[in-house]
Design a protein around this ligand. Structure first.
Ligand code: ATP
Ligand code: MG
Length: 389
């Protein structure tokens, strides 16, 4: 008797001729995610299988599989020799603790080893389960539990009764790579997760205003990146100082344009980083109308500085509470609400412009030696490598 975990793909099966491409990414991502366990990952037609792991690692492996985009669902299974009495014995013990309705579903790739057909096997094993557990009742149409008996070639049979749903989506890497603007807030880690789920390999940029912002704020961002990395694999965070830009804006520009100009600075740097490191898209946690800097007018004026890179805003139509729900689910919420300043909150104006227009914004920006300041900001880059556990 041996433990195994059967993994089913997500949308990959929709991809026709490209299927091999998606499967290779997923296979590699699963192997990488389980590298710290002594486990073997193999490909079998239509799915993957994790096997030869230590039984005490099973729960941790299951937790890890729940975080890998591209996995639709998986089932912890027991693998035994194809022998009717053994199948019956293990089936009965697997179903002993359960209550409610159930059915048995048998699938035979090997039609020779047992002299019963699939229907007969299901009926006979179902009967034995019923006779040992009075809390169960058969329901063929809509059962609460399904015991699967999967009789394979090589005299191997897999038994499983539990299906655990994964993240879904597409394997990380299949949609190219993107640059996530990662603040220390609630929204941007969720935005990163959502794009990773669509197959984007992430790197992050964080803008700080050291010494106005503390090292604690930076640690918090690294902690968030670490949590995100459990979905994406290893990732890089580029730390960029916005201190000079903020000081200059503060000294020379109209107060109400502080945030608009700072955000134009961030997006200009972001596009330069995309060019430098070969990223195809900019990703942010903006949501339409959430705050003054996220009205459509603000988005237009800020996006103007990005010339050749798409800006993806996966949370654009989310309400804050929807984002919070997701942040809790993916495990970033508790860290996001730790109270450290980020660069948007230092030099905060009393009343930011809610509907900036392009001409006034350009006029304010012309009071600065903007390009030179941005070039110097690029030189402050520090590269932090975050390793996924
Ligand atoms: P978040 O919770 O993600 O901080 P928010 O609701 O506080 O979002 P803003 O502060 O306006 O909204 O930021 C909007 C988006 O701009 C963020 O989701 C993030 O993608 C990006 N951003 C803001 N501040 C920073 C920063 N210091 N470093 C990197 N990106 C940032
Ligand atoms: Mg913020």
């Amino acid at each position: 008797m041996e433990k195994a975990i059967l993994i089913r793909f997500s949308e990959i099966f929709l991809k026709g001729k490209n299927r091999g491409y998606f499967e290779r990414f997923l296979f590699q991502n699963i192997k990488t995610a389980l590298v710290n366990f002594d486990a073997e990952v193999c490909k079998i037609p239509g799915r993957y299988e994790v096997k030869n792991f230590r039984e005490e690692d099973e729960t941790k492996i299951i937790e890890r599989l729940k975080q890998i985009p591209g996995i639709f669902s998986f089932s912890p299974a027991t693998k035994i020799e194809t022998d009717f009495e053994k199948i019956s014995e293990v089936s009965v013990s697997m179903m002993r603790e359960l209550a409610g309705t159930f059915k048995v579903e048998t699938n035979r790739a090997d039609k020779h080893t047992l002299n019963l057909n699939s229907m007969q096997i299901s009926a006979e094993i179902g009967g034995r389960i019923l006779s040992t557990n009075s809390n169960l009742k058969v329901d063929i149409k809509n059962p609460k539990h399904i015991l699967h008996i999967d009789i394979r070639e090589n005299k191997e049979t897999y038994l499983y009764a539990k299906t655990i749903f994964g993240v879904g989506g597409m394997p990380v890497g299949t949609s190219g790579s993107g640059l996530l603007l990662l603040s220390g807030g609630i929204d941007s880690p969720v935005a990163g997760y959502m794009m990773a789920k669509r197959g984007v390999k992430l790197s992050c940029v964080h803008f700080h205003s050291y010494p106005y912002t503390s090292n604690m704020a930076r640690d918090k961002v690294e902690k968030l990146a670490k949590i995100i990395s459990s979905y994406t694999g290893d990732l890089t965070v580029y730390m960029i100082s916005m201190t000079e830009l903020q000081e200059q804006i503060n000294a020379h520009c109209d107060d109400s344009y502080t945030i608009t100009l700072l955000r134009r600075g961030m997006f200009t740097v972001a596009e330069k980083l995309c060019k430098k490191f070969g990223k195809k898209m900019i990703i942010t946690g903006e949501s339409l109308g959430q705050v003054a800097s996220q009205t459509i007018e603000s988005m237009i004026v800020v996006s103007e500085v990005v010339k050749n890179t798409p800006i993806l805003r996966p949370l654009v139509a989310f309400d804050k509470y929807e984002t919070i729900e997701l942040a809790k689910k993916i495990g970033t919420f508790e860290t996001s609400i730790e109270p450290f300043e980020d660069c948007c909150t230092v030099f905060l104006p009393d009343s930011p412009v809610v509907r900036p227009n392009v001409y006034d914004t350009r006029r304010e920006q012309e009071k600065l030696d903007f390009d030179a300041i941005i070039d110097r900001a690029m030189e402050t880059i520090e590269i932090v490598e975050i390793k996924a556990d």
